[in-house]
Design a protein around this ligand. Structure first.
Ligand SMILES: [Zn+2]
Length: 135
């Protein structure tokens, strides 16, 4: 993919995320005022908050990638400054790190909620929802 194609893909992704974040904020309010079972309500609220967290984090990644496209550093790992593989960029255009550095960041914990591990984070969030919740 050309830089221009990446830019388009990232802009579409950013627009999608902004729209879905706005939509869910609406659902959030609706759910809170509903006459639901309190535990269920809390669980749902927790799941919504988790997915809002995840998507706003993702949006930050996408915007950062657009910034890197603008300043010419797109496609270069922010840690080791080696080029990020084309296959990885095609799958995760907002990736800031090469696969090796991303794995290391994940292990160290500072890559927690890394964009391309967001699915796992959601599952972790769902697990937490059935525990003591966020409080
Ligand atoms: Zn790297």
């Amino acid at each position: 993919m050309s830089q221009e194609q990446y830019r388009k893909a990232l802009e579409i992704k950013a627009a999608e995320l902004s729209a879905s974040l706005r939509n869910r904020e609406g659902i959030h309010i609706e759910t809170a005022s509903d006459m639901q079972d309190e535990v269920q309500q809390e669980t749902e609220r927790d799941l919504i908050v988790t997915s809002l967290d995840r998507d706003s984090q993702m949006l930050r990644h996408v915007r950062a990638a657009l910034k890197r496209l603008a300043d010419g550093s797109f496609g270069v790992c922010v840690d080791c400054e080696e080029p990020i593989g084309a296959k990885r960029l095609a799958a995760v255009p907002w990736a800031a790190r090469c696969l090796r550095c991303q794995e290391r960041a994940d292990e160290n914990g500072d890559g927690r909620l890394a964009a391309d591990r967001a699915g796992g984070a959601l599952i972790a969030g769902a697990g937490r929802a059935f525990g003591l919740g966020r409080l």
